[in-house]
Ligand binder design. Sequence first.
Ligand SMILES: [Mn+2]
Length: 261
Amino acid sequence: MPATFATSDPHGHLAELTAALQAAGLLDGESRWSGGDSRLWVLGDLLDRGPDGLGVIALVRRLVDEAAASGGAVQPVLGNHEVIALGMRRFGDTPVVHRGVVRTFESIWSRNGGLDSDQAGIDDELFAWLAGLPAVGLDGDHLLMHSDTTQYLRWGSTVEQVNDTVRAILGDDDPVAWFDVLVALAQRHEYAGSAGPLAARRLLRALGGQRIVHGHSIIGDLFGVRVDSYDEPRLYCGGLALDIDGGIYEGGPCLVARLSD
Ligand SMILES: [Mn+2]
């Protein structure tokens, strides 16, 4: 059984991501895949906020090919910042009436660390690649996704349905439907607190797996601790959820979780 790893929310921090993957034994000194038949999940928010989102995307795309050639796999997952960046690219400052409110992708993009340098590199080919990323994945007992929300269930009751629905929306030109995806993926903290286990079980029962692995909510924020006070993912929700977002852009660690051997 090959080893399975997950990392999340690199947000344009190419050097930190590279170093973390090297420390995990998945990249060599030349930044080439050295993980053999291991599997690595990258749980979204590749770009925005940090200096080199395009560099992060280029690394991940190269590793998808290199890992496959070694009998392993690298599987990126859609984050809310991919949707923000793609929405900015496609709809820009076009006013969108969403739930009775006039909004634009540009205002959300600019208020959430969007970078012109990332936008400049999103050509049609990269747009299609990002828009085609799965929203959720199942790997053994692990259910992997970007956001700690049950909103995924609005798109279907199986992993395949959820991914097909989101892909169809992002493959189309309806800005209101795009905004629905954006708002849903911006939700967070639903597995925390006393209601968390019920929410987590509902998601796991529908989509499969025994444990949710997510990014999106920085461990320091979710648990009210300093981002320099931890160097491991945080298991919570009675063991039903694992938060792997160390909070790179706030000075926290780039975490690489080893999910199984
Ligand atoms: Mn996020």
